[in-house]
Design a protein around this ligand. Structure first.
Ligand SMILES: NC(=O)c1ccc[n+]([C@@H]2O[C@H](COP(=O)([O-])OP(=O)(O)OC[C@H]3O[C@@H](n4cnc5c(N)ncnc54)[C@H](O)[C@@H]3O)[C@@H](O)[C@H]2O)c1
Length: 296
């Protein structure tokens, strides 16, 4: 094992590719692992491997001091279509990694805000009880429990990060912000399904930068579950207004019986690392995202 090198699973994905690129820029020794390869220069840094292939993982994992585990079935539509396979990837795939770690390694896991009740009445903190009906959220809760079990058994360090909604350049079209932007361009109308809903939306560049704070201060992160978001309660009505005014299209605001209200405090993060989180103003981040989808 090299001194302080990193392996990012899911490195061809939206978050993985950005984190990999940023760590390379920081001259950190890092590789990616993914079942799919990217079609750009990051490709040569990524090892092709399916996390369901435990035999192959056994050979790769011991070469790395730090494992950042992002590989997962993250798409709700794929999850709905193939629940068993998706659950296998998220739960068994993660366990394949955990089984093959040793006491000298550090493990960072990207869990999700979906472990909490999306219709929470209050601001979410790390003390908020997990509660979800969502099968993807359940797969994250199960994996969190499995991490704690294996960390005790094998003695490796771990940190669980519960990530809130990320948006920005490179996100798959099926997710919330790209869907709204594409609606604006194609249909000339953005439809907000519930104007009374609130989410913690974080820009991908901020996520990557705040995650680097975790890596730079890993001793402080170990054995902790930490929420990672923007710390802001963003109204979907406000998002609709910003997007429609930039794209110069109509805005159609709807109302639902029950509104999503899912946003986190970042106080625990800031206290743990003694650092303010990086946060790009919403309008600026949305502008950059619109420009990306306009070009692509
Ligand atoms: N994007 C968000 O807003 C968000 C929010 C909360 C949590 N997360 C979590 O962060 C992680 C990364 O999310 P993302 O948005 O980059 O997702 P993504 O779907 O863009 O990337 C996931 C990557 O994992 C890879 N992968 C899937 N199955 C695999 C397997 N069996 N073996 C190897 N690789 C496999 C995919 O090829 C893909 O490149 C996921 O664990 C996700 O649950 C993301």
């Amino acid at each position: 094992m090299k001194s302080d090198n990193y392996l990012i699973t899911g490195a061809s994905g939206f978050l993985g590719a950005k984190i990999l690129k940023d760590l390379i820029l920081k001259k950190i020794k890092v590789n990616g692992l993914d079942k799919n390869l990217l079609n750009n220069s990051l490709k040569k840094k990524i090892i092709r491997c399916d996390i369901l292939d435990e035999k192959k993982l056994k050979k790769i994992l011991p070469k790395y001091k730090n494992i950042i585990h992002l590989a997962a079935e993250n798409s709700r539509s794929t999850y709905k279509k193939n629940k068993l396979k998706s659950h296998q990837v998220n739960v068994i795939g993660s366990e394949n990694i955990l089984k093959n770690l040793n006491k000298d390694q550090n493990f960072f896991f990207f869990s999700s805000c979906q472990v909490y009740d999306e219709f929470s009445k209050k601001i979410i903190t790390e003390k908020t009880k997990t509660s979800t009906k969502d099968i993807y959220g359940k797969s994250k809760i199960l994996t969190e429990k499995t991490i704690i079990k294996y960390a005790k058994e094998k003695g490796f360090n771990f940190c669980i990060l519960r990530i809130f909604y990320v948006f920005g350049e490179g996100q798959n079209n099926e997710f919330l912000i790209p869907t709204l932007i594409n609606q604006g361009f194609k249909n000339k109308t953005i439809e907000i399904w519930d104007q009374n809903s609130f989410r913690d939306l974080q820009y991908i560049n901020d996520l990557s930068s705040n995650f680097q704070t975790v890596l730079l201060n890993k001793e402080k992160a170990f054995s902790k579950i930490i929420n990672l978001g923007s710390g802001s309660r963003t109204s979907m009505k406000q998002v609709g207004k910003i997007l429609s005014s930039k794209i110069k299209c109509n805005l159609f605001l709807k109302i639902k019986d029950k509104s999503v209200n899912c946003y986190t405090s970042m106080k625990f993060f800031e206290k743990t690392f003694n650092k303010k989180i990086k946060k790009t103003p919403l309008e600026k981040a949305l502008n950059k995202t619109i420009s990306y989808y306009l070009k692509s």
